[in-house]
Write a protein that binds this ligand. Structure first.
Ligand code: 4NP
Length: 163
């Protein structure tokens, strides 16, 4: 566990965007044969849906692309800032809330915007799909597939010789 790269994906409810990011990243890491080098989790800035499976719409859109989303929603905890290496916010509100919650400058330095890792998509945030139609969920998956792939490439490059 000590030398694993520990990633925490964060959105508001932890039932749509961040569980999808968790599922996609786990899939990419397994595909690359690197599952023993990573610990991947997700959380919400709110605890509104604590204990719930991801939203059924998110699960069914993800399933069609081969991702099984089975995580249970939980809020971000103060220990997360110690336990994870990178904390990835889906939008600016998530980013601001995480920055407020971060207990130290070192913790703040672990917080990133997910879309900063996009290579193809021009997005500057992952839009909240909760009140959207089917398109909203597809857009989330499109952005997250691009960002997760960019994130994995970045980690592999920076950890050359380790991973
Ligand atoms: P998420 O989406 O932050 O991507 O999990 C949402 C889930 C629930 C709510 C809003 C956004 N909500 O208002 O309950």
């Amino acid at each position: 566990m000590k030398d694993k790269k520990k990633l925490l994906f964060v959105c508001l409810g932890n039932i749509c965007r961040s569980p999808a990011a968790e599922g996609i990243m786990k899939h990419l890491v397994e595909e690359a044969g690197l599952e023993n080098d990573f610990f991947i989790d997700s959380a919400g800035t709110s605890g509104w849906h604590e204990g719930e499976l991801p939203d059924s719409r998110m699960r069914s859109h993800a399933k069609k692309r081969g991702y099984d989303l089975n995580s249970l929603s939980r809020p971000v905890r103060s220990q997360d800032f110690d336990n994870f290496d990178m904390i990835l916010a889906m939008d600016d509100t998530n980013y601001t809330n995480l920055m407020r919650q971060a207990p130290s400058p070192e913790a703040e330095s672990k917080i990133y915007r997910m879309t900063d890792f996009c290579k193809k998509k021009e997005a500057d945030h992952v839009p909240d799909p909760y009140y959207s139609g089917a398109d909203g969920f597809e857009i989330v998956l499109d952005i997250l597939e691009d960002a997760c792939s960019g994130l994995l490439e970045e980690i592999k490059t920076k950890n050359r010789g380790i991973l």
